[in-house]
Each structure stands twice: as structure tokens, then as C-alpha cells.
Design a binder for this molecule. Structure first.
Ligand code: DGL
Length: 267
């Protein structure tokens, strides 16, 4: 099947997932839509997250996508089930793959999760983890300061260290935690700072790797891989906000050419 795969996020953080999808599935074509104008979703009401997410989905359905990746933890926590029930294409979120990656990594069965307020309040990671292993112990911490820090370009060690250090104090105190899930698509951008703060005894994981593996498995299982013998194609990237503010992150961190990014208005 040669149609594109759609990827949505509340902003540019989901590009961490797109990056991994491109790496694992170089022959697939991806269309990414980030709602940078209305980001962050993490502290919005559930109704807003539902409405905005459907607007993103409706836009991508116009491109005849064969699969939808919800590369946003907040939207996965709030809307994934509804999307799965109402769309007739496969829909993959980032929470179950993230939970599976953490279960593979932990030896102590003590897992920490950090995310936006909405994701942490939804307890979606706890549910996904404990459905697989009810014996797991979890500690969840909302880090509402991280996304604004990243969106404003202050993601270098020097600028972010103090905020990260303060936000992760409870996790550092827990001697048994050996695995930390970055339960927000933006947080991998702060990964090296987070790793330095929590120390070597804690493995820091994002959902991106395992989400890529899940997408690959579903494509194989459903015989939906791109079968055209063609060279890898650059993804199309759309954002709803102005291009200037996302340009540095897109070019410096993700190393995507910002010339492939276009601004769109949702109907
Ligand atoms: N993409 C969101 C998430 O993964 C983070 C940014 C936001 O709050 O919208 O939860």
C-alpha cells in the first residue's frame, strides 16, 4: 500500500517519533502535522484536547493516510480509544509502546513516569504497565515546566538543569527506581540533561523506539508496507503556528531542513 502514514502531535515534540519512524521504515512516506499554534495540550481541558485532535486527524484524512500515529502522549491518553473506535485505519499511540519498553528494561520492577499534567492525571501509563504486570511499582510526576522551556528554545544543559533537577527530586529520592519513562514527546529533547540529573542507575526511555517497532509489526501483519521500489522520501511536515519560532528546533535538534516545513490553517 503506497499511501502515506499520518503522524500528529500538539507541537514539534512528536518529531522525535517521526525521526525514529523514518529510521526504522525508510521506504514509507510520512505526513506530520503539529498543532504548534495551540501547543501545549498538556494542561488543557479534555474537551479541548478531543476537539483539537479530531481537527488534526480530519486534516490528515484528506491525504488518504493508511495509518495514524498519535505521537503525543496527552492526545493518546485522552483520545486514542475514541480514534480507534471511529476510524477504519489502524491507529497507534505512544503510551503502550512506552510501557512495554520500560517493562523490558526494569530489573527492580520500580518504574518512574514523567509527563504533562493531563497524561499523569489520566494514569494511562500506570494502567498500561499494570495490565502487563500488576506487581510493578510506579511513581508518576508531572513536569509542566519542561514543554515551555523546550518551546522557548531553552533546552541546553546550562539553561535547563535547574528546572529539571527541581522537577525530578522525588524520583531521585526513590532508591528502587531503575527505569524512567519520558511520557511526553518533547522530553527526549532534554534527555541528556535528565540523564545527568537522575544518574547512571536509572535508564531513561522514550516511546519512540518501541512505537517504530509497533508500526513496523502492524504494517507487516496487515500487509500494508509500501511496495513501490522507490528511494526514501523526505517527510512532509506541517505546523499550525508560525514557522519562525519552530525553525531553530527543527534545524538544530532534528536536523530536518526547515524548508520542508509548511504552515497550514485547519478548517
Ligand atoms: N506532545 C505533548 C505530549 O506528548 C507535549 C506537549 C503538550 O503539552 O502539548 O504530551
Amino acid at each position: 500500500m503506497n499511501q502515506p502514514i499520518g503522524v500528529i502531535d500538539s507541537g514539534v515534540g512528536g518529531l522525535t517519533v517521526l525521526h525514529e519512524l523514518k529510521r526504522q521504515l525508510p521506504r514509507e512516506k510520512f505526513i506530520y502535522l503539529g498543532d504548534t499554534k495551540r501547543c501545549p495540550y498538556g494542561s488543557r481541558t479534555s474537551e479541548e484536547v478531543v476537539t483539537f485532535t479530531w481537527e488534526l486527524v480530519d486534516f490528515l484524512m484528506g491525504y488518504d493516510i493508511k495509518m495514524l500515529i498519535v505521537a503525543c502522549n496527552t492526545a493518546t491518553a485522552v483520545v486514542l480509544q475514541q480514534l480507534k473506535e471511529q476510524l477504519d485505519i489502524p491507529v497507534i499511540g505512544v503510551i503502550e509502546p512506552g510501557a512495554r519498553a520500560a517493562i523490558k528494561s526494569t530489573n527492580t520492577n520500580h518504574i518512574a513516569i514523567i509527563g504533562t499534567e493531563n497524561t499523569i492525571l489520566s494514569r494511562s501509563y500506570d494502567v498500561a504497565l499494570k495490565e502487563i504486570n500488576p506487581e510493578l511499582q510506579t511513581i508518576s510526576v508531572a513536569c509542566p515546566l519542561f514543554v515551555p522551556l523546550i518551546e522557548s528554545g531553552k533546552y541546553s544543559k546550562r539553561e535547563a538543569k535547574e528546572v529539571v533537577d527541581k522537577s525530578l527530586r522525588a524520583i531521585k529520592k526513590d532508591q528502587l527506581v531503575d527505569t524512567l519513562i519520558l511520557g511526553c514527546t518533547h522530553y527526549p529533547i532534554l534527555q541528556s540533561v535528565i540523564e545527568e540529573v537522575v544518574g547512571e542507575s536509572i535508564t531513561v526511555l522514550s516511546s519512540a523506539l518501541e512505537t517504530g517497532a509497533e508500526v513496523s509489526t502492524v504494517l507487516t501483519f496487515s500487509q500494508m508496507h509500501n511496495v513501490m521500489d522507490q528511494d526514501p522520501q523526505a517527510p512532509e511536515i506541517y505546523v499550525t503556528g508560525d514557522l519562525q519560532s519552530v525553525k531553530p528546533l527543527i534545524e538544530e535538534f532534528f536536523q530536518f531542513k526547515s524548508s520542508i516545513v509548511k504552515q497550514v490553517t485547519l478548517a
